[in-house]
Design a protein around this ligand. Structure first.
Ligand code: SF4
Length: 226
């Protein structure tokens, strides 16, 4: 039987602190990075289908040359492509990021909107990216479901869902609103450090007593206790 989400978040909090948006580690997080919706939005777009280390490299390179909505709206697509190449899919992401910044400049006064519908209307912005911007940059309660959150929530038995959208809805229903932002903060780090995609280290996991996967594998050879 899966555990209580609040107990799980409380157990993970001491390990992972305040967490960070895609591409930022705790160590590399400065207050201005933490607070800036433009940086969070662009970094989260860059993080699509790549790892955090690649996102970080690409976003650092990009922001060293283009560090505002206006600059990116006018940017040369080939130059942006080269800068963000470490994040993969450079052509698609460069075109999307420039297009997104043009919409922000032309329709939102150069700022990132806070509403879900307005965020979802931007190029390259889906539910995960919109929720990340709201949660990390604006302090708006949002459940940001990436592959780690979807995978681990199902492994633990918190949800039984087929896609991230279903997971988002289920987690929103079972979690007090004031804890929504903790879900991505803690579970993504957990997926990167202990509950690894192909070899979860259940023997080191502080929430194994809340986890269906661990319970169903305890005592068998199926559990990895690294
Ligand atoms: S017990 Fe294992 S499968 Fe469950 S959350 Fe922890 S590492 Fe992941």
């Amino acid at each position: 039987m899966a555990g209580d989400i609040v107990e799980i978040l409380d157990a993970l909090a001491p390990l992972y602190g305040r967490g960070a948006y895609p591409g930022r580690s705790i160590e590399g997080l400065s207050p201005e990075w933490d607070a800036d919706p433009f940086h969070v939005l662009i970094a989260t777009i860059l993080s699509q289908r790549t790892k955090d280390a690649n996102t970080r490299k690409a976003s650092d390179r990009l922001f060293s040359e283009y560090d505002s909505v206006e600059e990116l709206a006018e940017a040369d697509e080939e130059a942006v492509c080269e800068l963000i190449r470490p994040a993969g899919f450079p052509r698609q992401k460069a075109s999307g990021i420039i297009g997104c910044c043009r919409v922000l400049r032309d329709e939102h006064g150069g700022t990132v909107p806070s509403g879900t519908e307005a965020l979802l209307s931007l190029p390259m912005v889906g539910r995960k990216t919109a929720a990340c911007v709201q949660a990390y940059a604006m302090g708006i309660p949002a459940v940001c479901v990436d592959t780690h959150v979807h995978r681990i929530s199902n492994l633990m038995g918190l949800v039984d869902t087929k896609n991230p959208e279903e997971t988002e809805r289920a987690l929103m229903e079972m979690t007090p609103r004031e804890r929504w932002n903790d879900i991505n903060r803690y579970i993504v780090r957990h997926g990167q450090e202990i509950c690894l995609p192909n070899r979860p280290r259940c023997g080191r996991c502080p929430v194994s007593s809340h986890c269906d996967h661990a319970q169903s594998n305890s005592g068998s050879d199926g559990i990895n206790t690294n």
